[in-house]
Design a protein around this ligand. Structure first.
Ligand SMILES: Nc1ncnc2c1ncn2[C@@H]1O[C@H](COP(=O)(O)OP(=O)(O)OP(=O)(O)O)[C@@H](O)[C@H]1O
Length: 592
């Protein structure tokens, strides 16, 4: 695993275009929200005129309460309408952001599924999780606050200018010339702030990977008494992250201060000029008061744009990570326009073929090479070989985890393409060395394989896997909650639940990695019988370490240095006195 090296600074314009394209998922909601916000601003302008004219009437024309009562009622109605509009506008923009985030997560997960687990392993689980969770969350403020504030910063000042110019063109000119100062300053600090934000985001990815690894290996760290050392390292990385965050905050506070200062100075300038003109009688009170009321409102959207600028920077940094995942090429997919696997049976296959499979890990000579295999649709195939021989890699290729080589697989004479991978995986039940069990009930973990499974089917699968007895002995049976990664169950129990889940799927191909490890001999016998039974009418491919499994296989494939070097039935291979013979002998010696 590597710690997510960030891409070479992805072009900012590309990132902006990417974020803009994704806003299309909720384009109309965003437009409605902005329209409501702008209408709210128009009501604010009307209120300012009403307030100014009411005060003018009372102060300079001695109007009584009855005269200004209709204005006061209108003002109250306007205030109420503005509160409602503001509420709706904010809710709608938050809903739009939620919609975009959901679509984005969906797109990212789809791409990650296509890229396969090897991509996540290379780039780090922590960093990928960070992109999927924190990264996507960082887009919330971008879409809910920053994007609407960009529109408001153009629309609201424009609307105010349009009413101020006919009222008092001199004040209009002051507004017009002071307004660009704020965006100008933002652009000035923007570039540096963007750089710092990207650095901070990289640190967060490093921290994410580091934490993920250490939390997963906490037990080992404790056993090796290495927690203190690791804590020091975590403190160091956290400190780097703290520094990066502080640099971003420093520039954010500084720029906020400068923007507020500029806005305040501009309002003050308008106020002083209005004051002088009122004093010298070159301006009537009502007009002067309207300008004074509208001055802060004129700069408000620009100030808000400044305060949401941080959301934009976060959004851009997060988008760089997402774009990196989405732009990752899925190598070798030159056959994606085919009809797909629709006509392939979900119950049985006749033949599975691997033609000239060569796969190497990135930047490495390790992998599998020159693999040519034919499996019939039924029977048990055992893969054996020393550690590092390439057994897991071969199964990973078969499972479609390395999409670039999936075209070397033929099922019932149909060559697979990358667009077939998710469909292909529905034809396979897979039990890895460490099966994944989720923090949920046993039942929920089992029905992952078959959501519409009946209780009878659940019980039958559990019985087949030798798991029914211990599940029934649990206080709540199938409804017993298990912890994360099967916490609360023994290694063998976890394995049997995973096996039951695989049996429940009734997939035409069952792929297993050391299924009988962690099992006592009685359960092992039971599970072995169940697998043999399953192999009668399904294809079962197993990485076998136990002699018992190897002996019962229809075919044994012996691997060495990434290649299949021997292949045949157990007895025939044993008589050849080749590698299988040596492996079996070595194992018997170990067992003695
Ligand atoms: N992600 C990876 N990146 C680079 N090399 C890898 C990676 N995973 C495995 N390898 C290398 O590929 C070779 C085959 O590994 P593989 O895990 O397939 O062996 P195996 O036969 O399943 O071993 P074991 O029985 O110990 O699980 C090994 O030399 C291993 O070091």
């Amino acid at each position: 695993m590597t710690t997510n090296p960030q891409p070479k600074r992805v072009q900012q314009t590309t990132l902006r275009a990417f974020l803009k394209t994704h806003s299309n998922h909720a384009g109309s909601l965003l437009k409605i929200s902005i329209a409501l916000g702008t209408f709210n601003a128009l009501l604010m302008i009307t209120s300012a005129y009403l307030v100014a004219s009411s005060i003018h009437l009372v102060m300079f024309q001695q109007a009584d309460l009855a005269t200004i009562t209709p204005s006061l009622w209108s003002l109250a109605a306007l205030i109420l309408a503005r509160a409602v509009l503001l509420g709706f506008s904010q809710r709608i923009s938050a809903k739009a952001a939620l919609k975009i985030k959901t679509a984005m997560r969906h797109t990212l997960l789809k791409k990650l599924t296509l890229l396969g687990p090897s991509y996540i392993e290379q780039h780090g689980h922590g960093a990928t999780l960070n992109t999927l969770h924190n990264g996507v969350e960082a887009l919330h403020d971008y879409y809910a606050n920053y994007l609407p504030s960009v529109a408001y910063s153009a629309l609201i000042p424009l609307a105010i200018l349009m009413v101020i110019f006919p009222t008092d063109w001199k004040a209009g000119l002051i507004f017009l010339f002071t307004a660009p100062l704020i965006p100008f300053f933002m652009i000035l600090v923007g570039h540096k702030a963007e750089q710092l934000n990207q650095q901070r985001w990289q640190q967060l990815a490093v921290l994410g990977n580091y934490f993920f690894d250490r939390v997963q290996g906490l037990t080992q760290l404790k056993l090796f008494n290495a927690t203190k050392r690791e804590l020091k390292q975590i403190a160091k990385i956290s400190d780097d992250f703290r520094h990066a965050t502080l640099s971003v905050l420093k520039i954010a506070f500084l720029s906020s201060f400068a923007l507020e200062f500029l806005a305040t100075i501009s309002v003050a300038l308008v106020a002083v000029i209005i004051g002088f003109r009122l004093f010298f009688g070159t301006l009537d009170f009502a007009t002067g008061f309207v300008v004074l009321l509208l001055a802060p409102e004129f700069y408000l959207p620009l100030r808000q744009l400044g305060s949401h600028y941080h959301a934009k920077l976060e959004g851009i940094s997060a988008a760089a990570d997402m774009l990196k995942i989405l732009n990752e090429p899925i190598a070798g997919d030159n056959n994606s326009s085919r009809a797909g696997l629709s006509q392939l049976s979900l119950e049985r296959i006749e033949q599975l073929q691997i033609d000239n499979l060569n796969f190497y890990y990135p930047d490495s000579n390790e992998g599998v090479k020159n693999i040519n295999l034919t499996f019939s649709g039924t029977g048990l195939y055992a893969i054996i070989g020393q550690s590092g021989a390439g057994k897991s890699t071969l199964l990973d290729c078969l499972l479609g985890f390395h999409p670039q080589v999936v075209t070397t697989i033929k099922v019932d004479q149909q060559q697979l393409s990358q667009s077939d991978i998710s469909q292909w995986q529905q034809h396979i039940a897979w039990i890895p060395q460490q099966p994944t069990l989720l923090f949920n009930t046993i039942k929920a973990n089992l029905v992952l394989a078959k959501p519409d499974a009946t209780t009878a089917q659940l019980e039958a699968a559990a019985k087949q896997a030798g798991a029914l007895e211990f599940i029934n002995a649990l206080p709540q049976g199938f409804d017993t909650h298990i912890g994360e990664q099967g916490e609360g169950l023994s290694g063998g129990q976890k394995q049997r639940i995973a096996l039951a889940r695989a049996f429940l799927k009734q997939a035409p191909i069952l792929v297993l990695d050391e299924p009988t490890a962690h099992l006592d001999s009685q359960t092992e016998q039971l599970v072995q019988t169940a697998i043999n039974q399953y192999a009668k009418d399904h294809l079962v491919v197993v990485i076998a370490h136990r002699l018992n499994t190897i002996e019962q296989a229809k075919q044994v494939l012996v691997m060495k240095d990434g290649s299949v070097i021997e292949q045949g039935d157990f007895k025939g291979l044993l008589n050849q006195h080749g590698v299988l013979f040596d492996l079996v002998n070595a194992r018997s010696t170990q067992n003695d």
